[in-house]
Design a protein. Structure first.
Length: 283
């Protein structure tokens, strides 16, 4: 099993000023650094690639989908901007050797609206059409898209594994799968291991996140059962710790972190990795 750490654990946005994180995650013991592309203009591909190769760390790419990048928007210009952004993330993934781009790319994070059935069907249709276009662009570059269901407080469109599977069926592209995140699953799934098993063959990436967004393994999640379920579905993708630093106020506000959740962000990453390795031993 290969383990990764999200740049969100320490910083936002990622840029040349934070390139040392690549060496840092390697020193902690991770195999992968997951770079979240908040501002594409801060992504220096040659510098990242040189540092990652030198450190012996693989790179994966995660997108950030705010209101100006809403692939389900009623506004065609916003949908086009979202697709242009996602295309850039796909190009970054190709250049850096990431096999996928992940994230809640179907809609803007923070959309929480009580739409009637007709309006929801129309929104769903726009998301499907946008993802079909993105999938085609990604397929030409041999990149996968990993669609992430979010909890009900962060999106009104795709909350559960079953909804995610329906979205994949409607998009109908071989290179589109799921990113499952245990923080969101803890809220939305009645049985996390069972939900993982329903997604067999469709999981591209797995985010190991504590139920409180703190240290994985220092929580109430059934990590051994989760590990067994991932083994049962023959998941071979990366397991990435995603957490957020309260020191970046915009991020802390966006994900509702009002207090420190670990002794330090380094402790969160290091202890989380140790806990996961213990849970997944033999898996």
């Amino acid at each position: 099993m290969r383990y990764g750490a999200s740049t969100f654990i320490w910083t936002s946005p990622f840029s040349n000023r934070t390139l040392d994180l690549i060496d840092h995650v390697k020193a902690i013991g991770f195999d992968i650094i997951e770079i979240c592309v908040e501002d594409p203009e801060t992504i220096d591909l040659p510098a990242i690639l040189e540092r990652a190769v030198r450190a012996g760390v693989s790179v994966t790419m995660c997108g950030a989908f705010g209101p100006s990048r809403d692939l389900s928007s009623e506004d065609e210009a916003i949908r086009e901007a979202g697709l242009a952004y996602l295309d850039r993330c796909i190009d970054f993934a190709k250049a850096l050797g990431s096999p996928f781009v992940s994230g809640p790319m179907y809609a803007a994070v923070g959309n929480t609206r009580l739409l009637d059935r007709s309006a929801r069907r129309e929104q769903w249709g726009r998301a499907v059409a946008s993802l079909k276009a993105a999938a085609a662009y990604a397929a030409e570059r041999r990149i996968k898209l990993a669609v992430e269901p979010l909890n009900r407080f962060e999106t009104d469109l795709v909350n559960t594994v079953d909804q995610g599977l329906q979205l994949l069926e409607d998009v109908s592209a071989d290179n589109v799968g799921l990113l499952l995140d245990t923080f969101h699953m803890n809220i939305e799934e009645k049985d996390i291991p069972a939900a993982i098993r329903r997604a067999a063959g469709r999981i591209v990436e797995f985010h190991a996140s504590s139920n409180d967004r703190g240290t994985p393994g220092e929580d109430h999640l059934p990590w051994r059962d989760i590990a067994t379920a991932l083994r049962d579905v023959r998941f071979e993708g990366p397991i990435v710790i995603e957490a957020f630093t309260p020191e970046i106020k915009e991020i802390a506000r966006a994900v509702s972190i009002w207090r420190p959740l670990a002794e330090s962000q380094d402790a969160l990453a290091a202890d989380g990795l140790k806990n996961l390795q213990g849970a997944f031993v033999g898996q």
